[in-house]
Design a protein around this ligand. Structure first.
Ligand code: PEP
Length: 243
């Protein structure tokens, strides 16, 4: 089943719960849909989505279980608030907060240990793609940040230059990178690597979703801007091949 995940980033106050309500009642059969609102909305969003096919997640966590980490939130706190998934290693956190592969690895391990589906983001910058280093960069990120177990793990390939820009790689470039990631996962995890879902992220919208989601080894999408309304995310989910 394709997996469509909305990343609201730093958007949304109580009024945005109306979008969660609209989504929760309308998730189409044959597609898994989740939304990751800001921390402040997780508990309320989880209550709105309770008993529906909409999952609620977080955009980040701290790798420690508890302690002197002012402003941070642990995996068990997320689960307690009603989150069932979490994004780790988003390029905005790698860039804004200096998150290294080492840190992302620790976060992924903590999230999986708490039973959270863990969406681990990788992707190259435009300069790295122009230098024909995209696959090498992604391989290094996977090597440095993948957890020991594939159980509950999802990878999101998000070329940094495609996030929020309206630009996407060609379908052939997406196909090639997803095949590369799949190969890496199978080498790393054996058969379990075949079952890891690989999402594409970067300017997915209702107009390009059908093309992107039809590419081999594209098992879903991580969606930023177009996920802020129920209508946007539902239109993307509706474009996904079912099954
Ligand atoms: C993202 O934030 O992960 C993302 C892919 O954003 P956008 O869809 O807006 O490019």
């Amino acid at each position: 089943m394709k997996y469509i995940v909305g990343n609201w980033k730093m958007h949304g106050t109580a009024a945005a719960l109306e979008e969660i309500r609209g989504l929760a009642g309308a998730v189409p059969d044959g597609v898994d849909v989740a939304v990751c609102p800001p921390f402040t909305l997780i508990e309320r969003a989880a209550r709105v989505a309770e008993g529906t096919r909409l999952a609620i997640g977080a955009q980040n966590l701290h790798a420690s279980e508890k302690g002197a980490h002012t402003g941070d939130i642990s995996a068990s706190m997320l689960a307690d608030a009603g989150a069932s998934l979490v994004i780790v290693g988003h390029s905005e956190r790698r860039a804004d907060c200096g998150e290294s592969d080492h840190i992302v690895h620790a976060k992924a391990e903590a999230a999986l240990a708490a039973g959270l589906t863990t969406i681990l983001c990788v992707g190259e910058t435009e300069a790295e793609r122009d230098a024909s280093r995209a696959e090498a960069v992604v391989a290094t990120q996977l090597a440095g940040s993948c957890p020991g177990s594939a159980d509950g793990l999802v990878i999101a390939y998000e070329p940094v230059w495609a996030i929020g820009t309206g630009r996407t790689p060609t379908p052939e470039d997406v196909r090639a990178m997803h095949a590369h990631v799949r190969h890496d996962l199978v080498l790393r995890y054996g058969d379990a690597g075949q079952a890891v879902r690989i999402l594409y992220g970067g300017s997915v919208n209702p107009g390009n979703a059908a093309t992107l989601l039809a590419i081999p080894d594209v098992d879903g999408a991580l969606v930023g801007g177009a996920s802020l309304t129920a209508a946007g995310l539902l239109a993307i989910a509706a474009a996904a091949p079912t099954g």
